[in-house]
Write a protein of this length. Structure first.
Length: 146
């Protein structure tokens, strides 16, 4: 984990820069990916009170809505970072949506997706690695401080 400003990031994850969301992606050994809301996004949103997602079995295109998160001051879209089929939705979110605030990179994952063309899609709209992540998030922090 690295800290940038007051935000924690796992530099081994891919971060989706498309759309308005702060979604991370982790490759799994079985070819699927886990996706979740990053620390910057969850802190900006505030305490997450409700998560609504597209159900498992549905196919989503890259950049389209995977669902929404709701807080006391925010309702926002969760963007699907890759085209693929939703394999599973984190069952813990139903009873404890604020697990995203508490542990965004582990227990707070949102969905498991079977991607259609992962390696090709990772070439655009993603940052990976500490240097690229620091550069991107510095811009995001500056933009949100305006």
């Amino acid at each position: 984990m690295i800290t940038i400003d007051e935000y924690e990031f796992d530099e081994t994850l891919y971060y989706f820069t498309g759309g308005d969301g702060h979604i991370w992606l982790k490759k799994l050994e079985d070819g699927n990916v886990l996706v979740g809301f990053d620390d910057f996004g969850q802190k900006l949103a505030g305490k997450i009170l409700f998560v609504r997602t597209i159900p498992a079995g549905k196919t989503r295109p890259k950049g389209k809505s995977l669902g929404t998160i709701e807080t006391g001051k925010y309702v926002g879209a969760l963007r699907c970072p890759v085209t693929g089929t939703i394999v599973e939705i984190n069952p813990k979110l139903k009873e404890n949506p604020s697990i995203i605030n508490e542990d965004p990179y582990n227990e707070g994952w949102i969905a498991k997706i079977k991607p259609d063309n992962l390696e090709e899609e990772l070439k655009t709209d993603f940052v990976y690695g500490e240097e690229a992540l620091r550069e991107w998030i510095a811009k995001e922090i500056a933009e949100h401080k305006k």
